[in-house]
Design a protein around this ligand. Structure first.
Ligand SMILES: NC(=O)c1ccc[n+]([C@@H]2O[C@H](COP(=O)([O-])OP(=O)(O)OC[C@H]3O[C@@H](n4cnc5c(N)ncnc54)[C@H](OP(=O)(O)O)[C@@H]3O)[C@@H](O)[C@H]2O)c1
Ligand SMILES: *[C@@H]1O[C@H](CO)[C@@H](O)[C@H](O)[C@H]1NC(C)=O
Ligand SMILES: *[C@@H]1O[C@H](CO)[C@@H](O)[C@H](O)[C@H]1NC(C)=O
Ligand SMILES: *[C@@H]1O[C@H](CO)[C@@H](O)[C@H](O)[C@H]1NC(C)=O
Length: 374
């Protein structure tokens, strides 16, 4: 268990000390992206500036740990989680149009902002253009709706959620119609509309999610504002080394979704027929956790963060939320890293092929072509 309140209540324990102690890990991080530790002398509890940040190509810095919010739509559950997160020092929140919880996040954030407990410029809010909003004219429309729900004038990062698309009418009250595929998707035209939002100041940074290298490269070649972030499934069994290297080379920061292997997504096993792996109970992970007096979740998150990758673990439980950001007072050594690196299963470790989204595999922009042949 992490020490309660640690990441936010260090008091005299300076981030400089942790910067030195975590030397090897940080070298890796700064080789990838510019990770700026904010050296605030007086670390006020409410500012919690000691979470490292990853610099984005379009300007701005993204806290390397954020709160995931997928599958949290209960008002009270979300409020408890977000309050706990903000109290524990989280300033980065990941949501999406399709999560149907932006209005709840907006409610909590506006409370914190109004009470002066947090400043807008210290928050980093990401949301996403839905798979049913994949026409250029949809971009301002959906972003406006998100901003209204979040009660914000801008988001810090706006992502295209999926490379494939369904027609707008295919979405009905949380469900996506089987035969609603929109085959006419034009990423470059959508990206131009995304850039217009960036220019207008409604999206400080732009990025994509679930895109592959070819798709990212095509946008980069044409873009005035290249993608600053790629959000992909990434965890111990699916370490995504090739695309992370590609992003590193091209100045695109990477966010790991399902960094704990999404243990709550039990429904997934029912669809795929594959058992959901329990990364938190693996012997190697437990052993390394014991060695550092940390939890398995903290080891999994630290392993990814030490590669310079942003993590957005989801939890609704305050003690876990606190624990998941308390990963900056220890370093995995080379042998720990090598052991964990070796557990990668590549494409076989992938959990989400998104085939549950109506018609995705028939779409010309379905990103994981290797999964189609199987
Ligand atoms: N772009 C995309 O297409 C995409 C896809 C998937 C996810 N995401 C984003 O990534 C976020 C994270 O992914 P995810 O929600 O799939 O999975 P995850 O963060 O890997 O795992 C969340 C699950 O782990 C449990 N958990 C959290 N902390 C724990 C701890 N310290 N010890 C033990 N169990 C713990 C949670 O249960 P409790 O809540 O009960 O603690 C929850 O069931 C999402 O919420 C979403 O914001 C994006
Ligand atoms: C291990 O961590 C726990 C909880 O964070 C703490 O109470 C305990 O003192 C630690 N033990 C050692 C040996 O550091
Ligand atoms: C979105 O909001 C902006 C600013 O309020 C406004 O200028 C624009 O017309 C809106 N666009 C749509 C499609 O609603
Ligand atoms: C990315 O997806 C597109 C569309 O399916 C495909 O043509 C391309 O080969 C894929 N690229 C990679 C690197 O998988």
């Amino acid at each position: 268990m992490g020490r309660p309140g640690r990441s936010c209540q260090r008091g005299p324990h300076s981030p400089t000390a942790s910067l030195q102690r975590t030397g090897p890990g940080l070298d890796t991080m700064s080789a990838f992206t510019h990770v700026s530790f904010v050296l605030a002398a007086a670390l006020a509890v409410a500012t919690c500036l000691d979470v490292p940040k990853v610099h984005l190509s379009s300007g701005g810095d993204m806290p390397i740990v954020g709160l995931g919010t997928w599958q949290v739509t209960n008002d009270q559950e979300l409020e408890t989680a977000l309050d706990a997160a903000l109290q524990s020092g989280y300033r980065h929140i990941d949501t999406a149009t399709i999560y149907r919880n932006e209005h709840l996040i907006g409610k909590v954030l506006s409370k914190w902002l109004k009470e002066g407990k947090v400043k807008r410029e210290d928050l980093f809010v990401t949301t996403k253009l839905p798979v049913y909003g994949m026409r250029p004219a949809d971009v301002p429309d959906f972003l406006n709706q998100s901003l209204a729900k979040l009660q914000l004038d801008y988001v810090d990062l706006y992502l295209i959620h999926m490379p494939f698309a369904v027609k707008r009418e295919a979405y009905d009250n949380g469900k996506i119609n089987e035969d609603g595929t929109d085959l006419s998707t034009d990423h470059l035209a959508i990206w131009k509309a995304m850039e217009a939002e960036h220019k207008a100041g409604r999206a400080k940074a732009l990025g994509v999610s679930n895109f592959n290298e070819t798709q990212i490269e095509r946008i980069m070649k044409q873009a005035a504002v290249p993608p600053a972030n790629l959000q992909i499934e990434l965890h111990l069994y699916h370490q995504q080394r090739p695309i992370v290297d590609f992003c590193k080379k091209n100045g695109v920061s990477v966010t790991a979704y399902s960094p704990l292997g999404s243990p709550g997504s039990k429904w997934l096993a029912l669809i795929t027929g594959k058992e959901l792996p329990d990364l938190l109970s693996l012997a190697d992970v437990n052993e390394i956790a014991t060695k550092h007096n940390k939890t398995s979740a903290q080891v999994l998150l630290r392993h990814t963060v030490q590669r310079g990758i942003i993590v957005i673990p989801k939890s609704s439980k305050p003690n876990r939320i606190q624990q998941n950001i308390d990963i900056f007072d220890f370093t995995l050594d080379d042998s720990d890293m090598a052991k964990l690196d070796a557990l990668d299963k590549g494409l076989d470790g992938k959990l989400f092929d998104m085939k549950h989204i109506g018609g995705s595999e028939k779409h010309p922009e379905y990103p994981w072509t290797a999964l189609l042949k199987k």
